[in-house]
Design a protein around this ligand. Sequence first.
Ligand code: ASP
Length: 585
Amino acid sequence: MSWRDLRCGEPRVENEGKTATMAGWAARRRDHGGLVFIDLRDETGVTQLVVNPEHAAAAAEVAHEVRSEFVLQATGTIVRRSPQTVNPKMATGDVELQVETLRVLNTSPPLPFQLDEENVDEAIRQRYRWLDLRRAQMQRNIRVRAQLVRIIREEMEREGFVDIETPMLWKPTPEGARDFVVPSRMQKGRFYALPQSPQIAKQLLVTSGFERYYQIARCFRDEDPRADRLQELTQLDVEMAFPDREFLFGLVERIVERIWRECVDVRLERPFERMSYDEAMLRYGIDRPDRRFGLEIQEATADTRASEFGVFANAPCVRFIAVPTELSRTDVQALENQARSWGAKGLAYIVFRGDGEIGSPIAKFLDADLLERWRSAGHTLLFVADNADLVAKVLGLLRLQLGRELGLVDESRWDFVWIVDMPAAEYDEDAGRWIAAHHPFTRPTDESIEVFKTDPGAARAVAYDLVGNGLELAGGSFRIHEPELQSKVFEYLGIGPDEQREKFGFLLDALAMGAPPHGGIASGIDRLLMALLSEPRIRDTQAFPKNQVGFDYLTGAPIHLTDEQLDELGLRVVEEPADAAVAER
Ligand code: ASP
């Protein structure tokens, strides 16, 4: 017996008169005083079933009992709809199935939410994810995800990259997050770390003579989640021996171009533009600029050096953005509070009103010529004065916020840009030391090797990011293949000889045994999909996501272990979190 011989998306007028059996879910049921209409849905589409008690009394009785999401099997005849009842919005809207027999294959209680309901609470959606995934948008997200991965695989295979799996249970691979750890039962007191990325493994693979490696890799990063970050993510992971940056850029561009063309029918222009990290920081205050709107940061340090406004005259750096609206004092106050929360000491402003008036407590201290130069009717200039990093950060964040709030973002535009000439190190305020800007295996530029030692902030790396619409969509670098240089860079990053041996001894040994020059890139698939589909929630790019604090509403994971399990692992829990608190967050 087969469950069906026609899919719900298939019936057309050509099938008129045909006997068919269909199976699927009851998407909607309407009882029209006798006649019962049911929209039967499967993954191919929807067909309308009509059950007429005069033709099929038993089926009509069953149909009266049908509720949303019951699983049905219907046999009947495909008939043409009368002209008044044709539904042009449905692909199958010219016909319907005149039901003769109807079977309920499974029932469902009333649903916790309707599949077409908007703004359903995320916790409820995740709790009933099997229902949530039936919604059209989730069906689209998950199917496009599969399509995207297929395109990636085809392009990688075409270029001769070999798909190699790397361990999930391993030693820590630093990518700047905390590790998820797994206790070992057989070696009590010892732990594996889940990979933050396959970084070290892929370097070993090219050292092993797999000159072109790739993997659709799972990565685990125990970090505080942000809107576009996940603790469990998937990335296209790539490494090549004797690397060629132009080849890698071209490869990624071809993949991205094909994904956009085939998945959303958008043509992207290639090659993508390139911008240095310094320029991005200067103009956009961020290393992943959203260039779909202007509002660029402008320099005012030299212009205000001699001003009578002490804050400007004395600050190492003064910059502003010219917001295309007359902000009120209350608006500016709110923005200033925001800026303070990002570390600024204040926010100075000048409003150039449409009537030519200037509204500003600082204008009187500024040179009249300068004000004339800056004058732009109907604009508000917002200034931050501080060290260059802080000025960039605060104006960059203000720019993004105002760009969105004022609707300046051209949502129809796709903007891709490679950020190059990246810094090698960044200062970690919390730790009070320099850390690798990417990971500690990233190659400094030849000119930077000495600089790194004395002025880590000035050292540059052979590293690059691909940014799309303000999201970091890929990032990679050339690696250090010389063990001596790797040791030196570890040293610069405060990792002494003993710690190097303990943490990375195996890598140093491998580099010493004929590691070729190598480099690669990785691209986060969840985030790529988020950009591609303009999906605001990164968690909705995955079938079974966890919430912001890593709680899984569906299964209740993470779970407690029994005392017996803990004993077996040689573990003792010293701090019990309150369950309710975890679930509610
Ligand atoms: N391992 C890096 C990451 O996961 C990417 C790379 O350098 O290839 O971000």
